[in-house]
Design a protein around this ligand. Structure first.
Ligand SMILES: NC(=O)C1=CN([C@@H]2O[C@H](COP(=O)(O)OP(=O)(O)OC[C@H]3O[C@@H](n4cnc5c(N)ncnc54)[C@H](O)[C@@H]3O)[C@@H](O)[C@H]2O)C=CC1
Ligand code: BAL
Length: 505
């Protein structure tokens, strides 16, 4: 069902797309109150795609008021679990019906290869919504064993109005990671997509309305971080913010919460993720394939991207030659051509940031093993840089682009020290044929997700999020994500003899 189409078929869909341009509040598309707009462009061509409503604090206030009304009157949260589940499953079906349109819209707006949008982003988005829908009527509240004199219940209640502030690298999927559990829990949401990638979020809101999610429950307020993100963060009537993006902006949300109503904050931020390859790794072809996938999937615009290859010195040359062979399969070019595995970077600004790392590589005279050049437009060749030491900016800072650094080690302790030599702690991969070493490294690397002899983000059942400056307050995905969007309430009822009516006794 999610097989890619041909380039000609994708281009035909692109030519006939109707693009949403207004915010979606209280069940309807609405322009910004100010009437202002911003331009969204296709980063692969520079072509203008649409003028989108540039909302501000007054639109946020309106959306929060509508979301609060919806929450308080219970039009969603008080529906039976079976009814909410049915509506979210209907949304999953509508996403499936519109899968080609969504894949093309995502590709045009972000520069992502349509092949990835079609085979990864859209199906994973649908699966995420479905997984959280299916969870709704399978959760039980607790009755605790507190003895004969009391009845103690611990029940989950939806946290309330949730601001979901999203990044541009996986617009559909990050939307699903937030709204899946939030809507399943019974919350109302105000989604703020990244300005670079607004289109698919608006389309999903429209489909959610068609599926039967009541007005006011799923709102999208479009605009900049300053004009929309900040007012959400500072709002006194927003109960929680779920954020994915950079660590500096994540820090701001903690400040906003401290300066307003102590709203709950869950942050999923950056990474500087190592792949540690030991000389006893059993299959170097598999390692090369996984490292290339980890480093260059989504142009490296991925918080979980493998960005530091930490390899035992004795096998470095052999591994690099196999990595080079796999890289030949990763063609860069027109995102609407399903032959291409890398598309354009998301914007000229971001291209300039990633290019600055290539400029550093040149000025530090680091050996470039593969790639290293920019291509016409916002494209950067997949690049592998050898001989990188912990002193280099490339070893320390998140690149968020297709550049992999290579550093060697001699023994396990050195490997572990290099892997942990970062302020981040999101993901790591370990490649070894020794179970003992795999367990030692996966337990001692300080990261929220460690994959052994593979690269990936787990599936819908496993939590995703980071240690250290990669995350705060909770995890995305899995039943743990559902818990983020719930408050726990204890109800303690005295059932001791003294409370029993004498006439009944
Ligand atoms: N998943 C991740 O870990 C992501 C990491 N990044 C990293 O961040 C770098 C910068 O990318 P940006 O798009 O600037 O990320 P960002 O963290 O600034 O943006 C993420 C979201 O926060 C909003 N935002 C920005 N400034 C805000 C503010 N002052 N108050 C409230 N909301 C605000 C944005 O509009 C967007 O919706 C990238 O180069 C990459 O290194 C970017 C996107 C995703
Ligand atoms: N890879 C999914 C999470 C992120 O990049 O933000």
């Amino acid at each position: 069902m999610h097989e890619p189409l041909t380039a000609a078929e994708y281009k035909a869909i692109a030519a006939n797309l109707e693009l949403p341009t207004n915010a979606f509040i209280d069940g309807a598309f609405r322009p910004a109150k100010s009437g202002k707009t911003f331009t969204t462009t296709n980063p692969a061509t520079g072509e203008v795609l649409a003028e989108i409503a540039a909302c501000d604090a007054s639109d946020v206030d309106y959306a929060v008021a509508k979301a609060r009304d919806a929450f308080e009157d219970g039009r969603w949260r008080l529906q039976s679990p079976a009814d909410r589940k049915a509506t979210l499953l209907k949304l999953a079906k509508l996403l499936e019906r519109n899968r080609h349109e969504l894949a093309v819209m995502e590709s045009l707006d972000s520069g992502k290869p349509v092949r990835e949008c079609q085979t990864v982003d859209v199906p994973d988005t649908i699966h995420t919504i479905r997984w959280h829908a299916e969870l709704i009527d399978k959760l039980y509240d607790n009755t605790n064993n507190v003895g004969a004199n009391a009845l103690a219940m611990v029940v989950r209640e939806p946290v309330g109005v949730v601001g979901c502030v999203l990044p541009w690298n996986f617009p559909l999927l990050m939307l699903a990671w937030k709204i899946g559990p939030a809507l399943a829990a019974g919350c109302s949401v105000i989604v703020k997509p990244a300005q670079e990638t607004t289109l698919t979020t608006l389309r999903v809101a429209e489909l959610a309305h068609e599926a039967g999610i009541p007005a006011g429950v799923f709102n999208v307020v479009t605009g900049s971080g300053r004009d929309v993100g900040e007012p959400i963060g500072l709002h006194m009537d927003v109960d929680m913010v779920a954020f994915t993006g950079s660590t500096p902006t994540g820090r701001r949300f903690l400040r906003y919460a401290a300066d307003s109503n102590l709203k709950k904050v869950v942050l999923e931020c950056g990474g500087k993720n190592p792949a540690v390859v030991l000389e006893d790794a059993e299959d170097l072809d598999l390692v090369a394939e996984q490292v290339v996938n980890g480093a260059f999937w989504n142009m490296g615009e991925n918080c979980s991207a493998t960005s530091r290859l930490i390899v035992q010195a004795s096998i470095k040359d052999e591994l690099l030659s196999r990595i080079g062979a796999y890289m030949r399969e990763w063609k860069t070019g027109d995102p609407l051509d399903p032959e291409n595995r890398l598309g354009a970077l998301v914007s000229k600004n971001h291209f300039d940031k990633v290019k600055s790392f290539l400029d550093d590589v040149k000025s530090e005279e680091l050996p470039v093993a593969f790639g290293g050049e920019t291509l016409k437009g916002a494209y950067i060749e997949p690049t592998v840089v050898d001989g990188v030491t912990p002193a280099s900016r490339l070893f320390k800072e998140e690149v968020f682009g297709p550049i992999l650094s290579v550093t060697t080690f001699e023994n396990l302790d050195e490997a572990l020290a290099l892997a942990n030599d970062t302020n981040y702690g999101l993901t790591a991969s370990v490649y070894t044929g020794s179970l003992r070493k795999a367990i030692k490294l996966s337990r001692e690397i300080r990261a929220g997700l460690v994959t052994v002899n593979c690269f990936g983000e787990g599936d819908a059942t496993t939590p995703f999020g980071g240690y250290k400056e990669s995350g705060f307050g909770g995890r995305d995905k899995s039943i743990f994500a559902h818990d983020n969007y719930c408050e726990l309430k204890t109800i303690w009822i005295d059932v001791s003899d003294r409370s029993v009516d004498e006439t009944i006794r």
